[in-house]
Design a protein. Structure first.
Length: 254
């Protein structure tokens, strides 16, 4: 928190204490009230700062994984960065578009093209996701933008953080649409593959289907008919038997 913010809050506390003193409240009560207010305010302030700092820590993790420096990353490292981004989306109702882009790119790196398509499409195709369309910010988004503008004005306060933000923004402008198209293409291939495998299996199942009793009976009849048709034709009687029969008939006639 900047010195200007500290000064404004301190002045506000002193004004409240002065008003309570004019109302005749004892000094011990004022001191007790001041201590309680201070610790409550510090706890809330630390919680708010933690939420904002978590966004920029996610940027640092995503930038390290997504930049092209020939480093090999383990799957659990990518999954941990994805978990960071998902936690931010669950805690902020209007998370910055850069969070959606970085998370979508990480999902693609992890091979989850369905989730990558969902987050990248929100950034590329949803006009309401653009920064200039955020006219009703949540307190979380206001704090985030306040820290971001301070880092942009004073990069020495967080040189690595602001470098990661600028690098991710350049990657978003140059590659967001391409990454979305690649994820959709790979998702379409993955969905078509099971159908192509199922068709040969179905054809093979038809070939391996056991014959029915009707098929067995028909095959037997067909086999018998084939055997009958294949039997040789009857041979004519020998010529000697024909002449003998003719001679006997002539003797009977005489």
């Amino acid at each position: 928190m900047s010195g200007k913010d500290w000064g404004q809050k301190l002045v506000a506390i002193l004004v409240v204490l002065a008003m309570l003193a004019l109302m005749g409240i004892p000094l011990t009560v004022l001191v007790f009230f001041s201590v309680v207010v201070f610790f409550v305010w510090r706890a809330v302030d630390r919680s708010e700062q933690h939420e904002t700092r978590r966004v920029f820590e996610f940027y640092l993790s995503a930038h390290e994984i997504l930049r092209d420096d020939d480093r090999q990353w383990y799957g659990f490292e990518i999954n941990e960065a994805v978990s960071q981004g998902e936690a931010i989306l669950h805690s902020m109702r209007d998370a910055p578009p850069l969070v959606y882009f970085a998370l979508g790119a990480l999902y693609q790196r992890a091979g989850d093209h369905e989730s990558a398509t969902e987050h990248l499409a929100f950034v590329v195709e949803n006009e309401s996701a653009a920064e200039e369309q955020r006219n009703d910010p949540s307190p979380e988004l206001r704090r985030y933008v306040s820290v971001l503008r301070r880092l942009e004005r004073e990069p020495v306060d967080g040189p690595q953080t602001i470098a990661a933000v600028r690098s991710l923004e350049r990657l978003r402008r140059a590659r967001a649409a391409t990454l979305l198209a690649e994820s959709r293409a790979r998702l379409g291939v993955a969905r078509a593959a099971p159908q192509q495998v199922a068709q040969p299996n179905a054809a093979r199942g038809e070939r391996l289907m056991p014959p029915t009793p009707f098929d067995l009976g028909a095959s037997r009849h067909t086999h018998a008919a084939a055997q009958n048709s294949a039997a040789p034709p009857p041979q004519p009687a020998p010529i000697a038997e024909v002449l003998r029969d003719l001679y006997e008939e002539e003797k009977k006639t005489a």
